[in-house]
Design a protein around this ligand. Structure first.
Ligand code: UD1
Ligand code: CA
Length: 462
């Protein structure tokens, strides 16, 4: 058995310059869901994704899945998509056809479709659903109300007033006998509203040829929803994210006001972690147990250990935070930030490509970039690593137990030795050996009485 996924269309109704199947819901391209589900039914070498519009982009985005791609250079309809895949599918007996724009289908339903198709010894089996609002979908014309057999599928645009009242819709998922499909696919015509080859017309073609066409109805209509418009996509996105929240809640995570949170499909969270309202957890973010993720934090592709507090307004990308650390409010951890156990990163602190050791603190108004900072270091308010000379980036090393006074500038490459002190407001350009005090600032002078004399001076010019 093979699975073919139709994903070549442009998605005209989205009014987008990006291909429909690469639009994201739940933080991933729509097509990625369909491929992941298909991969649970057959191995990736038996999956054929039919691509066309922006084919190179689609292929590049999903190459990691290991599936095959078939090029439908000109998109002349869903029937044409299957014509183009004929050679690739010829070694198989049965093919399941999925739509690249309908991501909620489950492996169980695909298996049921396949089993029903085999049990009925059918040529074509379609998965159908009863939708309260069937507008836009193809309607299923059964031989009779109770019969599993189907005479035809009629598209929205071609449906008569009577047919438009039918609530049983064609989901766009099918099982076919491969040899019989390709014996008859040449009978499709483009005599319709879009002048395309409709795969749906195979139902009538087979019916006329006295081949068996049957329908199996899914009990969960939500599974077959497609995404032709941005409104439909947002409905799917909401469904997916709510399902994700429910799954996390069932696993022991507390999420306050889940409707206000944006949690991507691949995010993992440990038990007894609390997610406050208006939090975004994106990409492959992984959060440990007993954490608190406070409001307005946006965390992407990051790994957070157990018992961590992320205070409000923290922004974090591609970073790591070890257990019991406290971050924020208003911290910005840029890619490559690696924050040690129990460390503190406070308000208006920006970090990039740094290691901050166990128990170290950078609590206020600081920029730390390209730095390796040991354990138990105190970075005073307003400290800046000057890591960029206009051409190259240079590294700052601060060894264990060092104390950096407030408002210091550390001009990299530079090293502050173990246990040393840097006096406040120093500009440090040379390495500081261990256990030393470095002062790099002008000496203060005081002119006593200067201000009083100035005030008493008569203006010379009136
Ligand atoms: C299709 C069905 C409709 C069904 C609905 C379910 C047809 C004619 N109609 O309509 O009965 O109710 O799905 O969602 O099939 N594609 C290609 N190559 C093409 C054209 C389309 O690969 O030349 C792909 C699209 O990228 C998409 C899928 O096929 O992923 C379905 O095409 P779409 O245009 O969305 O069909 P619908 O109008 O939704
Ligand atoms: Ca569609």
């Amino acid at each position: 058995m093979a699975i073919a996924i139709m994903a070549a269309g442009k998605g005209t109704r989205l009014k987008s310059k990006h291909p429909k199947v690469l639009h994201e819901i739940g933080g991933k391209p729509i097509l990625a869901y369909v491929i992941a589900t298909a991969s649970k039914v057959v191995p990736p070498p038996d999956i054929f994704v039919i691509i066309g519009h922006e084919a190179n982009r689609v292929r590049a985005a999903l190459a990691y899945t290991g599936v095959n791609f078939v090029l439908q250079a000109e998109q002349r309809g869903t029937g044409h998509a299957l014509m183009v895949a004929g050679e690739a599918l010829s070694p198989y007996d049965q093919v399941i056809v999925l739509s690249g724009d309908a991501p909620l289908i489950t492996p169980e339903t695909i298996q049921r479709l396949s089993d029903f198709h085999a049990a009925q010894k059918a040529t074509m089996t379609l998965l159908t659903a009863d939708l309260a609002n069937p507008f836009g979908y193809g309607r299923v014309l059964r031989k009779s109300a109770q019969s599993p057999e189907v005479r035809a599928i009629v598209e929205q645009k071609a449906a008569t007033a009577q047919q438009k009242k039918i609530h049983e819709i064609n989901s766009g998922f099918y099982a076919f006998s491969v040899p019989t499909l390709y014996e008859h696919i040449g009978s499709l015509s483009t005599d319709n509203a879009h002048q395309e080859y409709y795969l749906t017309d195979m139902a009538a073609v087979f019916h006329r040829a006295r081949k068996k066409v049957v329908a199996i109805k899914t009990s969960d209509a939500g599974e077959v929803l497609g995404s032709n418009t941005r409104a439909e996509m947002m409905d799917l996105d909401a469904l997916l994210r709510l399902a994700k929240c429910r799954q996390l809640l069932s696993e022991g995570v507390t999420i306050f006001y889940p409707q206000t949170c944006v949690i991507d499909s691949d995010v993992e969270i440990g038990t007894d972690t609390v997610v406050e309202p208006f939090v975004q957890l994106l990409g492959k973010t992984k959060i440990g147990s007993d954490c608190r993720i406070r409001s307005y934090s946006v965390i992407k592709n990051s790994e957070i250990g157990d018992n961590v507090t992320i205070n409000p307004g923290t922004i974090m990308d591609d970073s790591r935070v070890a257990a019991s650390a406290i971050i924020g409010p208003y911290s910005r951890l840029r890619p490559g930030s690696d924050i040690g156990e129990g460390a503190h990163v406070g308000n208006f602190v920006e970090t990039k490509k740094i290691k901050l050791g166990k128990g170290s603190k950078a609590n206020h108004l600081t920029y730390l970039g390209d730095a390796e900072i040991g354990e138990g270091v105190n970075v005073g308010a307003g400290t800046i690593t000057c890591n960029y000379d206009g051409v190259h980036k240079h590294k700052t090393v601060i060894e264990d137990g060092a104390f950096i006074g407030s408002d210091s500038t550390l001009v990299a490459p530079v090293k502050i030795g173990r246990g040393s002190y840097v006096a406040a407001a120093s500009c440090i350009t040379d390495d500081v050996p261990a256990d030393s005090l470095a002062l790099g600032r002008a000496r203060q002078t005081v002119k006593e009485g200067w201000a009083r004399e100035r005030a008493q001076k008569k203006p010379t010019d009136t």
